[in-house]
Structures are given as C-alpha cells and as structure tokens.
Design a protein around this ligand. Structure first.
Ligand SMILES: C[S@@+](CC[C@H](N)C(=O)[O-])C[C@H]1O[C@@H](n2cnc3c(N)ncnc32)[C@H](O)[C@@H]1O
Length: 271
C-alpha cells in the first residue's frame, strides 16, 4: 500500500465521519452549484480532492450509467473508504486515483467538467492546481469550485474573545501547513489566468441557531481540531477549556446565533 498522506485536519475515523456530516449540512448549496455548472447525465467529471467520496457519490448518480466520475485525493485511507462506499452502493461508474491535485495522471482535454470543494484551501500552490484542471478539461467544460474566502468572518453572537482566538489560531494552523482559508478571494483571478472565463460567482454564508444541524457543523470541527491546536502550540489548554465553556454557554442560549465563515462558489468555463 502507498504511504498515507494526511492533510492538516487528518484522515482518522473521526475526520471521516465529520466530512460525512459536513457533506450533509452543505448538500443544498453544493447541489445548486452542480446545476450552475450544468453537470448532466452522460458527462465524465473529475472530483478533485474527493476525500471519502461523499460528493463523488452524488455526482455519480447525477451523471448516471452513461457517465463517469474520476475521484482524486492524496489520502489512501480516504480512497479506501470511497472504494468501500461505492461498492456498497453499487456505483459502477466511479474510478479513483491517488494523486496530488497539481499533477494528475490524466491526458489533456478529455473531461466534461470538474468539481473541487474545500480542497484548494489546503494546497500550497492553488495556481498550479487550477492550471492542471484546465489542462484535463475539454474547451467549453466547466469547473465548479467551493472554498473559503474569509474564515475569520466567522461570527458568534453574543461575541466571545475565546472563540475569536480559536478561529484565528485555526486560520494560522492552515497557513502553517501551506494552505489558506482565504483562497477564495484569489480564485477568479487564478481561473482567469489558467484559461477559464468566470461565468458565475456567489457568496455562501449562512446563519445557525443552537440546536440546528448547522450549529453542530463548527462544533464537530472543533471537537476534532482543538487538540491539534494545543499540540501545535497555537492555543493553551486553558484557552481550549475556555472555548469549550463559552461554546456550551452559547449552545444553551436560545438567543445566540453564529454566522458561518464566508465561502465562495465559482464556476469557470474553459476557453
Ligand atoms: C476538507 S476535505 C474535503 C473533501 C471533499 N472535497 C468534500 O468536500 O467532502 C479536503 C480534502 O482534500 C484532500 N487534499 C488536500 N491536499 C490535497 C492535494 N494536494 N491533492 C489532492 N487532494 C488533497 C485531503 O486529503 C482531503 O480529502
């Protein structure tokens, strides 16, 4: 087996489950982006940085038996999970490849479309990833991308310094690993430079109240990630406990709300 390549959030079982829950919570904006990109039956699509394949499965159902989805990720563990899932769901039109997003083992100009969600923010050279997607698409094919544009826009009400500190530390940890939770700001320019016309651009921001599934989305992230922030020395144990106590307080407060970090949905057409 190839050596496991973990991204900064890890590829352990809890992260695998978190990605499944995250997929569920963000399924509607994702499906809307698929429509904007005109993904359709019979197409051959790329799911770049597919993780355990939750969006891959949706795309496979969308393109149907006459289409196909190629799922690419650096993580062997996530791809093993994808393999088991597509077998259990009898999705015979999914293929997968362990590879870096910036160097795909694919010929030029063959694919009808590509999708990348929360991947570019973890890659050290987003320009080369977008150029690689441009290389493998046919002229006229669409690339749909969803990613963070401003992570630190995350808002908790009532406001809390303990929460703001952890949000800041999270952004810093991603930068330390070579990523950028503000990458969405550069995507239109990078797409343009790589040979795409940017056809569609939207902000994706939502509000959540305690008790909702969306409220539990950041909660599930921090449950997994706070220990890493402590290990990296970006927060102290006391700051972790303070965060947990404020989070519990807000979760019990029916007047509290949170606003999710600003993301962008982008669709480019290969010239
Ligand atoms: C937050 S997960 C998103 C997974 C999936 N796109 C989704 O929306 O559920 C980020 C994924 O990007 C993958 N990844 C990170 N850097 C990568 C790279 N350079 N090339 C390919 N995949 C990468 C990780 O292994 C992980 O599966």
């Amino acid at each position: 087996m190839t050596e496991e390549r973990e991204y900064v959030l890890g590829t352990h079982d809890d992260e695998l489950r978190r990605l499944g829950f995250q997929h569920q919570v963000w399924a509607a904006p994702t499906a809307a982006l698929f429509e904007r990109a005109r993904f359709a039956p019979g197409q051959h699509l790329l799911d770049l940085g597919c993780g355990p394949g939750y969006a891959t499965a949706d795309l496979a159902q969308l393109v149907g038996v006459n289409g196909a989805v190629l799922a690419v990720d650096v993580s062997q563990r996530f791809l093993a999970s994808l393999e088991a899932m597509v077998a259990a769901r009898e999705l015979h039109n999914v293929r997968w490849q362990q590879n870096d997003a910036a160097s795909l083992d694919l010929p030029d100009g063959q694919l009808d479309g590509a999708f990348a969600r929360w991947v570019l923010c973890f890659t050290p050279n987003p320009a080369s990833v977008i150029a690689e997607v441009a290389r493998v698409l046919k002229p006229g094919a669409r690339f749909a991308l969803l990613d963070y544009a401003n992570y630190e826009a995350f808002t908790m009400a009532p406001a809390s310094d303990a929460i703001a500190r952890v949000i800041h530390a999270t952004g810093k940890s991603v930068r330390m690993s070579g990523g950028d939770f503000g990458v969405g700001q550069s995507v239109p320019a990078l797409m343009h430079g790589a040979g795409f016309d940017v056809e569609y651009l939207e902000p994706i921001v939502r509000i959540a109240r305690p008790g909702s599934a969306l409220w539990n989305w950041p909660a599930s992230f921090f449950r997994n990630y706070l220990p890493t922030l402590v290990t990296l020395g970006l927060i102290t144990d006391d700051e972790r406990h303070e965060f947990e106590s404020v989070w519990k307080d807000r979760s019990d407060n029916p007047a509290a709300y949170l606003i999710t970090p600003t993301m962008v949905g982008v669709v480019g057409i290969k010239r």
